[in-house]
Every structure is written in structure tokens, then in C-alpha cells.
Design a binder for this molecule. Structure first.
Ligand code: ADP
Ligand code: S3P
Length: 307
């Protein structure tokens, strides 16, 4: 957990300015010294041990123990206690976007991943926090084809026609800036689409099949024509078809600049199940991974051995 402990601690008789302490590990410590005015000025050392704990909802507490030492006298505990810490996800997201946003430099962000992986949901969260526009490729295609739905486009004109429209839309978007794009799940298969998406930063939302099938079963398969042919209940239909598609597409998703794995997020947050991960937590991880990618990219650009 990354706790930002900002402010001052009030001891019984004096305030200590703590400054900004960001312990990377669950336990941090900070040393302060302060001149106390008694009869004469004394150099007194203060030390504070900080221990943070969090629960499932990312709320936690920081317990502290402030000790005082003077010359060779044994340290005595001045004050100890516990402060509540609310590591609110929206705040973390805001901080992350302030940290990473400027380095993205207006480049578009392309979310890729299977149907139901959350490209639209997470894309909207990301666009809002980055002050980007949001575009859903399927919606743009529908607008281009007289406003009819993706399912109807497949039925009336076939998948090939839809794929050509998808490429046209990605080409147009590749000329734009400051847009978060939710691509269709099949956009990764055509190499020409990657040429367009390479103008921006691509992020693969990697969600386990069971979670994808659960999400899609909850909303039904009607709007997703590639899932609507199988027989059986909605979950089984979605699961079977999605496994076959993932088998075909796995390597293409891996072309993305960054990967956001829901299994990794669950492990980081101590969740047993990926279904507890909120879109905001996924957006935070996406920005974290984008930041890592940009650092690597910069490293490669300036690495004299590779020049
Ligand atoms: N983190 C999440 N947790 C639970 N449900 C989600 C999450 N993200 C998306 N969903 C739900 O899953 C379904 C598919 O999400 P969507 O964003 O439309 O995916 P995509 O655009 O990749 O097809 C929607 O019903 C949405 O509400
Ligand atoms: O995986 C696919 O081939 C498709 C995914 C859909 O988009 P979402 O991923 O937004 O559901 C839509 O483009 C179309 O039904 C085909």
C-alpha cells in the first residue's frame, strides 16, 4: 500500500511537521529533529514509527509511536496512537493521472480486449480523469451505417463489411489526439488496425474467461452477434464461444503496449475474486502500466547502446 501521510502531528505540547512521507512498504519510519527552547537550546531527536494496515475496502489506519531521544539518554515514547486513513480509489486515480497524464502527451489510448472486458466502462473512467474525449468504435460504426446496431450490421451486410468499417473508423481516430478509444474485441486481428493503433498507446484489459462470461450472461448476448449462435443458457453460451475466440486471439491482444491483468490486480489488493475489482481500480492499474511503458519507451529512446 502506498500511504501519503501529510500534515502535522500534535504532541501534547508541540507540533511536529511531518512533511510528506510515502512509505513504499507497510512499515515506514521518519526521523525529525527540532530545537526545543528551554533554558538553553537543546538538539532533540524525534523518531516516529508508522505502521499501516488496510482492509478489503482500502480503508485502513496508520498507527504511530513518536519517541524522543536526547544525547545518550534512552528514548522515551512521547505519544502513540492510530489515525484513520481512507485511501479513496477516486483520489488515488486522480493522483495517478496527474503523475502519468503529462507524459502521455495527448496520445490516444486504445483499449483492447475480449468482449465484456470493460473497455467501454473503464475507458469512460479514464477519459474523465485524463480530461480526454471518449469514443466507442462500435458506436462510431453504427453511426456510419445509418444508425443501425452492430448486430444488424452483421446480419444485413456480414462480418467482412463490419471489419472494413472498423478499420476505417480506427484510421480516422489515429489522426486525433486526447481520445480514449474503446475498440471492438476483434479489432486486434487485422495488422492494418495495429498500424493505426500504434499512433497511440494500446492497453490490453486481460480478464479471466469466467468473469467475462458472467458479465455477458448478466446483460445477454443479443447485442454481441458473435456470441449469439450457440445453444444453452447465457453463461454456457458465452463461455464456450469466448474460449474459442480467446484461443484464436490471445497472441494478438499480447501485441498491446501494456497489459492490465485483473488477476494481478486481485492479488495486489488481496481479493479472492476479480469480480470485486471496481472500474476505478482497473483505471488506476491501467495508468500505472502506461507509466511503466512510457518509462521503458523513454529508456529505449535514450539508451546509447541501442542508438
Ligand atoms: N470492473 C467491473 N466489474 C463488474 N462489471 C463490470 C466491470 N467492468 C465492466 N463491467 C460490466 O461488464 C459488461 C461489459 O462491459 P463493457 O465495458 O461494455 O465491456 P466491453 O466494452 O469491453 O465489451 C457491462 O455490463 C459492464 O457493466
Ligand atoms: O469480439 C468481437 O469480434 C466483437 C466485439 C464487439 O465489441 P465489444 O468488444 O465492445 O463487445 C463488436 O465489435 C462486435 O460484436 C464484434
Amino acid at each position: 500500500m502506498d500511504v501519503k501521510f501529510v500534515g502535522r502531528m500534535q504532541l501534547s505540547s508541540t507540533w511536529i511537521d511531518c512533511g510528506r512521507v510515502t512509505p513504499k512498504l507497510p512499515t515506514g519510519s521518519l526521523r525529525l529533529s527540532r530545537k526545543l527552547k528551554e533554558k538553553q537550546r537543546l538538539q532533540v531527536g524525534f523518531s516516529a514509527d508508522i505502521q499501516s494496515t488496510t482492509n478489503k475496502n482500502r480503508h485502513g489506519s496508520v498507527s504511530f509511536k513518536v519517541s524522543c531521544s536526547y544525547q545518550n539518554f534512552p528514548a522515551s515514547v512521547l505519544e502513540s496512537g492510530s489515525l484513520p486513513v481512507s485511501s479513496d480509489e477516486s483520489l488515488i486515480l486522480k493522483h495517478k493521472s496527474q503523475e502519468v497524464g503529462p507524459y502521455i502527451n495527448g496520445r490516444c489510448i486504445y483499449l483492447v480486449g475480449m468482449m465484456g472486458s470493460g473497455k467501454t466502462t473503464v475507458g469512460k473512467v479514464l477519459s474523465q480523469v485524463l480530461a480526454y474525449s471518449f469514443c466507442d468504435c462500435d458506436t462510431l460504426i453504427e453511426e456510419e451505417v445509418q444508425g443501425i446496431s452492430v448486430a444488424e450490421i452483421f446480419k444485413l451486410y456480414g462480418e467482412g463489411y463490419f471489419r472494413n468499417k472498423e478499420t476505417e473508423v480506427l484510421k480516422k481516430l489515429s489522426m486525433m489526439h486526447h481520445v480514449v478509444v474503446s475498440t471492438g474485441g476483434g479489432a486486434v486481428v487485422r495488422p492494418i488496425n495495429w498500424q493505426h493503433m500504434r499512433k497511440g498507446i494500446s492497453v490490453w484489459l486481460d480478464v479471466p474467461l469466467e468473469a467475462l462470461a458472467q458479465r455477458i450472461a448478466a446483460v445477454g448476448t443479443e447485442s454481441r452477434p458473435l456470441l449469439n449462435h450457440e445453444s444453452g443458457d447465457a453463461y454456457t453460451k458465452a463461455f464456450r464461444r469466448l474460449s474459442a475466440l480467446l484461443e484464436e486471439r490471445g497472441e494478438f491482444y499480447a501485441n498491446a503496449n501494456t497489459r492490465v491483468s485483473l488477476e494481478n490486480i486481485a492479488a495486489k489488493l488481496g481479493y479472492r475474486d476479480v469480480s470485486s475489482i471496481s472500474p476505478t481500480a482497473i483505471a488506476i492499474e491501467a495508468l500505472e502500466q502506461i507509466g511503466n511503458f512510457l518509462e521503458e519507451e523513454e529508456g529505449i529512446a535514450y539508451n546509447p547502446n541501442l542508438a
